[in-house]
Design a protein around this ligand. Structure first.
Ligand SMILES: [Zn+2]
Length: 326
């Protein structure tokens, strides 16, 4: 008889290093010597329960020569493994995508476009840049679970600082990022959700918190009036203030403050602050992807998750990426 934790593990089908994804660079190189090997891996992610023909329901298929198609053994119709994914209509070899995904997920702080261009010997900076941005598009799980429990919510401004101003007075001409982070005991952080927001008004902040947080969650904020609408949105709202602590060095939202510092350091460190405001969303996605999986001891699992999401999301034309999100 199975004890219940084992049964739950089987039910969740947790991927295993060495079986479901490469655990080491040596394994990575052995698993993915060419594009056909990469295509087989993507097919496995696209049809995790085995191939099922969308036309006739047949469950057997043949790999077609050098292309990216599987041909249904029953109705003989071809199905592209990469159509509708970030790998569609790319001229880069799949093995290059896989190497990029491995580097992006295998390093603690990720890699810049220039760094990736050098690592993979890519022909142009633009190619490396577009490749990274497409991978970032796959870093957000569309059906991701809302944050729950106790949370800290705050905003931060990204951009060069101007002297002489304090608090939200420094936000003019900068990109504003809303931060929601799960508060774990002893000052620890749980998962994080980030979004670029147009302003710190009540409608904007209520929409952000409402979209990031499960109903019934307990949300801690400072005394900013922009958070006045949270109770009406079905959340438990707690306000804290610097004055109440009596400690001038005290930070009101220590976890949100830490996330803000890490985010700024990452943007400046890995990307040398070279992020354009309209593309900041994609960097926030990458930061959250890393942060929310920071305790994962298996970096290969991040690679697996990234490719898993990459074959699930809709194909994004490059114009939509250079233009940023609406
Ligand atoms: Zn068929």
């Amino acid at each position: 008889m199975l004890s219940w934790p084992v049964a739950i593990l089987i039910g969740m089908d947790v991927p295993v290093a060495g079986r479901d994804y490469p655990g080491t660079l040596r394994e990575f190189n052995a698993w993915f010597p060419d594009d056909q090997a990469c295509l087989g891996y993507l097919a496995g992610l696209r049809w995790p329960g085995g191939f099922v023909c969308a036309v006739c329901g047949g469950d057997r298929a043949w790999r077609m020569g050098k292309g990216r198609n599987l041909r249904c053994a029953r109705c003989r119709i071809d199905h592209s493994v990469t159509a509708g994914t970030i790998f569609a209509d790319t001229r880069l070899p799949l093995s290059t995508w896989f190497q990029a995904a491995w580097y992006v997920t295998g390093t603690k702080h990720g890699v810049s476009a220039l760094g990736l261009q050098r690592l993979l010997g890519l022909g142009s900076y633009e190619t490396a840049w577009a490749l990274l941005h497409k991978l970032r598009r796959a870093m957000v799980r569309p059906e991701r679970d809302p944050l729950a429990g106790e949370l800290e919510v705050d905003e931060t401004a990204i951009g060069p600082s101007k002297p002489g101003k304090l608090g939200r007075g420094t936000f003019a001409d900068k990109a504003i990022v809303a931060i929601a982070v799960e508060a774990r005991p002893r000052g620890a952080c749980g998962r994080v959700r980030l979004a670029r927001i147009p302003d710190c008004s009540a409608p904007t902040l209520t929409e952000f918190v409402g979209g990031a947080v499960a109903p019934g969650a307990v949300v801690y904020t400072d005394h900013w009036r922009g958070y006045d609408g949270l109770v009406a949105a079905g959340l438990v709202h707690m306000r804290t203030s610097i004055a109440a602590s009596g400690d001038p060095a005290h930070v009101v939202m220590p976890r949100a403050h830490r996330v803000s510092s890490l985010l700024k350091r990452w943007l400046l460190g890995t990307h040398q602050g070279a992020t354009r405001p309209q593309q900041l969303d994609f960097y926030l996605d990458e930061f959250a992807f890393r942060f929310n999986r920071r305790s994962s001891r298996q970096r290969g699992l991040l690679f697996h998750r990234l490719l898993e999401q990459a074959v699930q999301i809709d194909h994004v034309p490059i114009a939509a990426i250079t233009g940023g999100r609406p």
